[in-house]
Design a protein around this ligand. Structure first.
Ligand SMILES: [Zn+2]
Length: 454
C-alpha cells in the first residue's frame, strides 16, 4: 500500500462521513436497552441488515437470552480480523438530564449526541466505514473480517462464554479488535492489554416481618441495618486489605514487564485529584505505587447501601430489611465462581448465615501479551493516525468478557476506537466527536491492511 492509496482511503472516509453518521443515527434510534429488554430482537435484525448493506454476510445466532449477530466477509489474504462489539446499550435514565432525546441522535458542534453513539454502536459503524473505504479504494479487503456483535454486554455478557465455546470455528482469528477504544486527554491512542475481572453481589438481610417503632424494639429487636453493617465490616479493614480467607491465594502480582509498562504510563494523579476533588488517595499512594494499585489490586467496593428511613427530618423506626450492592474487581488468576463461594463461607463463619448473597455478574480477569506482533501493529497504526505514540496499559481497571476470547480462541486483542474521556458513556448526554469517528475508521482501515503481513 503506497502513501497515495492511504491518503485516498482517508479522503474517502472524510467525504463519506455524513453517510456513516446517518447510518449510526438510524441504529441509535432503536432503544436496545438490555436491562429493560427493549427492542432487542429488532435491533439485532437491524444490525444484521446494516452489515449486509456493507457487503458482509450476516445472520442471527440464538442464545439463551438475546441473539448474537454474526457477520463474515472474505479477504484477499487468509488472515482474519475478529471485531467484537455489542448492540445493546445502557438505560438512558435520568431522562431529564439529557439536552436532546437520547434515542433521537442529534449533531451539535461537531459532536453526535445519543444513547449508544459511542458505547457501542458507533464502534460498529467505525469498522463498517473502514471496510467501505477499503473496498471503494482497493476493490477488496486485505483480510477476512468476522463480527461478533452481542446483545448482553451491558448486563454482564451472560451468554457469551458458552456462545464462543460452541462456535470456536466461526470466530477463529489472528487478531481481535475489542469493542471500545479511543484517545486520552492528550489525544494519545490507548491500548489495554487486559481487563480486571468482576464479581458483583447484592447482600440482603431481613430481621423481622415488619419495621417497628424504635422505642418498642430498640433494645429487644434485631436491627437489619446493624446486621448488614457489621457483616460489611468483616469484608475489608482500614488498610484496604480484603479479609475473606483465601481471597489473595490465586493473585498473580504485577511482573517485570507489567512494571515497565506502568512506569511508562503517563500519570493521571493530578487530573483525578482535581476532577474528583480527592484530597488524598487511599493509603496515601502516589507515583508508581499509585499506578500499580489502580489496576493491579483486587477491590471490594460498596456500590450501594440501603435500609430504614432516608427522607427529610426524623422517623424513629427500626428497619426489618437492609441491602448492599458490593462490587469486587478481580486480578489474574482469581476466579469469580471460586471467590463467590469464599465470600459465602466467610459470612457463615463470621455468624452472618442470615445474609443472603445474590450474584449479579461475574467475569474473570484476562491478560493479553502486550508485545504480541498484533498488539504492536495496532499501536503502530495508532501512531500513524494520531501522530503520537499509543499508550499501552498492562490492563484496564475496568472489566469485560475478555476472558472468554482469550480462553476459547487464544486470540491477541487490542483497541481501536472513537472514544475520548468526556464522552459520557453510560451517563446522560453520551456523545462522540465526529473527528474521532473519522480517525478511528482510518486506523481500523490501516489495521486491516497490515493484517496480511502479520
Ligand atoms: Zn458500556
Amino acid at each position: 500500500m503506497n502513501q497515495d492509496q492511504l491518503a485516498a482511503i482517508d479522503r474517502y472516509i472524510d467525504d463519506n462521513l455524513p453517510r456513516y453518521i446517518a447510518d449510526l443515527q438510524a441504529l441509535c434510534r432503536l432503544p436496545s436497552v438490555a436491562a429493560q429488554a427493549r427492542a432487542m430482537e429488532e435491533t439485532a435484525r437491524a444490525t444484521a441488515a446494516l452489515l449486509e448493506e456493507y457487503g458482509i454476510a450476516a445472520r442471527l445466532l440464538p442464545t439463551t437470552r438475546f441473539p448474537v449477530v454474526h457477520g463474515a466477509v472474505a479477504g484477499e489474504s487468509d488472515k482474519r480480523l475478529l471485531c467484537y462489539n455489542h448492540y445493546d446499550v445502557q438505560p438512558a435514565e435520568p431522562l431529564e438530564l439529557w439536552h436532546s432525546d437520547p434515542f433521537e441522535p442529534e449533531v451539535r458542534d461537531g459532536k453526535l449526541y445519543g444513547r449508544g453513539v459511542g458505547d457501542d454502536k458507533g464502534h460498529i459503524l467505525c469498522r463498517l466505514a473502514a471496510i467501505d473505504a477499503l473496498k471503494a479504494i482497493t476493490g477488496g479487503l486485505p483480510c477476512g473480517v468476522v463480527f461478533l456483535i452481542e446483545g448482553e454486554e451491558e448486563i454482564g455478557s451472560g451468554s457469551l462464554d458458552a456462545h464462543i465455546a460452541e462456535h470456536r470455528d466461526l470466530y477463529a482469528a489472528d487478531g481481535c479488535l475489542w469493542e471500545f477504544g479511543g484517545v486520552d486527554y492528550d489525544d494519545r491512542p490507548q491500548i489495554y492489554a487486559g481487563m480486571r475481572g468482576d464479581l458483583y453481589v447484592e447482600l440482603r438481610v431481613r430481621t423481622a416481618e415488619r419495621d417497628a417503632h424504635s422505642g418498642l424494639g430498640g433494645s429487644i429487636f434485631p436491627n437489619a441495618a446493624w446486621r448488614l453493617t457489621w457483616a460489611l465490616a468483616t469484608l475489608k479493614d482500614a488498610e484496604e486489605r480484603i479479609l475473606i480467607p483465601g481471597w489473595y491465594d490465586d493473585v498473580r502480582p504485577a511482573g517485570v514487564r507489567d512494571r515497565e509498562l506502568l512506569e511508562a504510563l503517563p500519570s493521571d494523579e493530578e487530573r483525578l485529584r482535581t476532577t474528583y476533588g480527592i484530597r488524598e488517595f487511599l493509603l496515601g499512594v502516589s507515583g508508581l505505587e499509585f499506578k500499580r494499585r489502580a489496576i493491579f489490586e483486587p477491590t471490594c467496593t460498596i456500590s450501594g447501601i440501603g435500609a430504614g428511613y432516608q427522607g427529610p427530618g426524623s422517623k424513629t423506626v427500626l428497619p426489618c430489611e437492609a441491602m448492599a450492592k458490593v462490587d469486587f474487581r478481580l486480578v489474574p488468576n482469581q476466579r469469580a465462581d471460586d471467590l463467590l463461594e469464599k465470600l459465602k463461607s466467610h459470612l457463615v463463619a463470621e455468624g452472618f448465615g442470615d445474609i443472603e448473597v445474590l450474584q449479579h455478574g461475574g467475569y474473570n480477569a484476562a491478560r493479553v501479551d502486550p508485545d504480541h506482533p498484533f498488539v504492536r501493529m495496532v499501536a503502530d497504526t495508532g501512531w500513524e493516525v494520531y501522530d503520537r505514540p499509543a499508550v499501552i496499559h498492562p490492563t484496564s481497571g475496568g472489566s469485560g468478557p475478555m476472558d472468554a476470547f482469550v480462553k476459547h480462541l487464544g486470540v491477541p486483542i487490542a483497541n481501536v476506537g472513537i472514544g475520548y474521556p468526556d464522552s459520557g458513556a453510560h451517563a446522560p448526554n453520551e456523545h462522540i466527536r465526529l473527528v474521532d469517528f473519522a480517525r478511528g475508521a482510518k486506523q481500523t482501515a490501516r489495521v486491516m491492511l497490515r493484517m496480511a503481513d502479520l
